[in-house]
Design a protein. Structure first.
Length: 237
């Protein structure tokens, strides 16, 4: 059983600023989030544009509990425009890289590992499959268990289920599955596997949207740790 809760973000990038934005989020915001909010960077990835809308990133942030998330929100919303006044320069810098996005609050399956455990285990991929699955209301948790049951089928191609979540604050109709895939060749093998196609079809999902992600340079799964103060760039000028 876990009390962890997550923020999941699709971020719209302005022009050619994806690299700048990913650096700003990991190197500059990551250490602040750890020190001031008790928030860990679960992941920052670039969305492979040929598999979805572009240019975008996917960010995920890990809190130890709902109470921890509430404490973070309490700090965040006190300033003008519902933004932490201590981070005004940070927000200004970030605004030059992004135009908006869509966030979700997500809760993990009881057996889904936190980011520190994943880093300790060396979980990593050249590419990651991000699957957002919608089902009948009240059945999202079933998707996570059925994906876990199919781990061996995916493992034939090296796909490892490292994250499994349901979306909170809705009617239990949406699930997120995250797969780490060691090589691009293994991704291709999985996509062409007819047994995997049949498994997905038999799940009875209303919609199934899979996009591909690749690591930001300071993504914890890439570097095996949380971004640190020493990774920061000068964002206050």
């Amino acid at each position: 059983m876990t009390d962890r809760v997550y923020i999941h973000e699709f971020i719209d990038i302005i022009g050619h600023n994806r690299a700048n934005y990913m650096q700003h989020m990991t190197a500059n915001w990551g250490p602040i989030g750890q020190e001031e909010r008790g928030q860990l960077c679960y992941g920052v990835w670039a969305l492979v544009g040929s598999t979805g809308l572009w240019p975008k990133t996917v960010n995920m942030w890990e809190h130890d509990s709902w109470s921890g998330l509430a404490a973070s929100f309490a700090v965040e919303t006190v300033g003008r425009g519902a933004q932490d006044p201590a981070l005004e320069k940070w927000w200004t810098k970030a605004a030059g890289f992004r135009s908006g996005g869509v966030d979700r609050i997500m809760v993990p399956a009881a057996w889904s590992r936190g980011i520190e455990e994943l880093c300790a285990a060396g979980v990593h991929g050249d590419v990651y499959a991000h699957e957002l699955v919608t089902v009948e209301p009240g059945t999202a948790a079933d998707v996570l268990e059925r994906a876990r049951d199919a781990s061996a089928l995916h493992a034939r191609h090296g796909w490892e289920l490292f994250g499994a979540f349901t979306t909170a604050m809705v009617n239990e109709h949406e699930a997120l599955l995250l797969w780490a895939i060691p090589t691009w060749a293994q991704w291709a093998d999985g996509e062409s596997d007819r047994e995997l196609m049949t498994w997905r079809r038999n799940l009875g999902a209303v919609t199934w949207n899979r996009v591909l992600l690749v690591d930001a340079p300071l993504n914890p799964l890439k570097i095996g740790r949380q971004p640190a103060r020493t990774d920061r760039t000068d964002w206050q000028e």
